[in-house]
Design a protein around this ligand. Sequence first.
Ligand code: CP
Length: 305
Amino acid sequence: MRNLTTLAELTAGEIELIFSLTEDLKSKYEQGLREQLLPGRVMALLFEKQSLRTRVSFEAGMAQLGGSSLFLGPDVGFGRRESIADFGRVLSQYVDAIVVRSNRHETVVELAEHCECSVINGLTDYAHPCQAMADLYTLRELAGTLAGRTLAWVGDANNVARSLALGCGKVGMNMIMATPQSYQFDDDTLDLLRREVPDLELTVTADPVEAVGDALAIYTDVWVSMGQEKDRETRLRDFADYQINAKLMSHAQQGAVFMHCLPARRGEEVADEVIDGPQSVVVQQAANRMHTQKGILAWMLGANG
Ligand code: CP
């Protein structure tokens, strides 16, 4: 039984196996085929926060694989009626996998410790592994090979950035981050990266122009994430020079793409001209959330698991 709480739990070989499954399932999907790899399997979606992409892509993907899903909102009392351990021990008697979106990463780790089924992180304040898998798969589709290519991150060193750094290290990509000094990865994250992906070439700068120059992809995320609203004014001021707009994209190499995990705050971290422009692959990324999560579920719960 495997969990996916962060990308540290996957080897490079397992990521490639999931990408192969994804490629096969996506190709069949585009031909109108829905291969029923997981009949009778049940997935619970336990969400403490709002979601469009993660919730719907997991539910649709599981249905296409022949399984079913249960969306569990506040009515199940997660974190309120009983201990997380008791909740996990019981829920995992009924379902084969739990996708959990939580305010605190520690909640997902504790749940996984006590479940007898697979637990998948559907976003915490610390990690968003399913997003990073879809993003790397999107780049694999676009560029063919990933090793030796560079992902530029412009903005806050947040949960998505941390997951992408782990993912880049696993697939042999380099990462360059343009982030104001006080928002860069903390020492614990740098220790994690040195331990888990020692070969990752990570460059940190405060200069967005320097970051985008050699990149295959230029990636950003919101400056104010869910739960950080009280710091909104400070963050908007601190990140004001980090917007991805046509001027910044003019420093990128030809063929570079723009990426965003969505939802976006247009006019803040990205200008309309970029997110709606020809270099934007944000819809392909969002579509690939479903395809890569089908690959993850097939790997975790199917014959390859
Ligand atoms: N990118 C992402 O996780 O989107 P949702 O918050 O809509 O699930």
